[in-house]
Design a protein around this ligand. Sequence first.
Ligand code: SAM
Length: 250
Amino acid sequence: KLSSRLQHIADRLPPGCRFADIGSDHALLPVWAVKHEAALSAVAGEVNDGPLKAAKRQVAEAGLGQRIAVRRGDGLQVIDSGEVDTITIAGMGGALIASILEAGQDKLAGVKRLILQPNVGEELVRRWLLDHDWYVTDETILEEDGKIYEIITADAVPDASKLNEELYKERPLQQGKDDAASKLSLTKELLLLLGPRLAAEASDVFLEKWNSEIVKLERIHHSVAASQLSASQDKAQELSLMIKQLKGVL
Ligand code: SAM
């Protein structure tokens, strides 16, 4: 049985897909997906020896060596152009995910869907997707074992840039309860941070995540504001605006 996090990722694989799971570790996702007919075949990519061995063992034990290729390599180097239609990258930082996509752009030509689960730095992933005309069709936020995870699904669609314009269009904060909040708006920057679809849905887990982020930001604001340096004062103002905006969303 998969963890709830990996199951959510598996649920977003298009039926009958051929996918690459980059940073596959024990190849749990490819093994589950191929075994349960959620995918026809898979490539499990790993850059490190330990996880690579674990992946090979797992695939051999499942008797799926014919349908899952375990390959050693950095990022998208493990796939040939046109070999897969879907890519999953889960359980690493958003900066690393974005750099893997950036370095492997030549491998993305035939790819229709990216399913990405950054542990931190989600906005870096959204920004990369936006800059490269991928359209976020689904965002999921979930809590498992006391940790909160976001899963971002992006598709290669015609008119992506037009759709993205709409998705990230600045909008007023409807929830603004008082005057101060009603003057604020949900900017593109804020939408990249929060997730445009997650912000619209504002689920309980989303609210929990950002309420606790606000507490952290308020702590930082408090210490920065105490400094007399003008750079600190600028930073304090920036943080104060961000806290106000976030409070307006919640
Ligand atoms: N994807 C699995 C999951 O979500 O449960 C495993 C996540 S594990 C925390 C991250 C894995 O990514 C590690 O096994 C690590 O070796 C691998 N990794 C890190 N950088 C990589 C890269 N540039 N290319 C391929 N694999 C990478």
